[in-house]
Write a protein that binds this ligand. Sequence first.
Ligand SMILES: [Zn+2]
Length: 257
Amino acid sequence: MFVYELRFECFADTTISAAEKAINNVLEAMRANGQILGREFAVALNDGEFRVRLLTPEKSSLATRYHSPWVKQALTQLTAANILAPREKFIGQDINSEESSIEPASWQVLYTSYVHMCSPLRNGDNLLPIPLYRVPASFNGDHKHLIRWQAEWQACDELQMASATQAEFAALREISDERSDLFRRGWDLRGRIEYLTKIPTYYYLYRVGGDKAAEHNRACPRCGNQAWKLEQPLHDIFHFCCESCRIVSNLSWDHVK
Ligand SMILES: [Zn+2]
């Protein structure tokens, strides 16, 4: 990932609230399109100029050719708040984060966790994140539904990993049960992406707990397929794969050596 600074300069008198609103709209639009990562952006005002540091999946993520209709509209609306089009300054490569997938994928998977800031769509061949703006819009011009699904999945993951509250159990159900709302929404988005990209796209179902012997013999929770256990796990994570349901899952983390 890469670090950029965007600078928004005022060309006439504006109010801070009008400027904030217009700038935040640009950032929200870029986030919903996968051009910038993360959820919170510190916008600093200094000498009549607003500056914000951003994390992008690729060096070219902010290029006009990737803009969604909402990003284009938000940039146009800056003028109404008396702000010039932002200037970009490349700061450098982020040393703590993964690179993006640029190779074509033979399969893809929706996979995230609470520590991952990157795209939840991964190249199945190397598990590298695929920048979402490179994929046709999954809903209404961009990927806002997918980004929202990711944020909720991560929130549930963090609650169940912390194991400190009663919310742990409800959160675990959302990420590990095929009857949950998060499953239904994520699985539908997966189908949409598969349809748009023509690349088989799987959903990752989290798994923890369970009896050891039963765990090795468990069936696909959606169709009852008994033959979905792989001889060798993929990427040391996916021990199960049901091709017809497009679900991959791990061997319960309690039973992995
Ligand atoms: Zn199945």
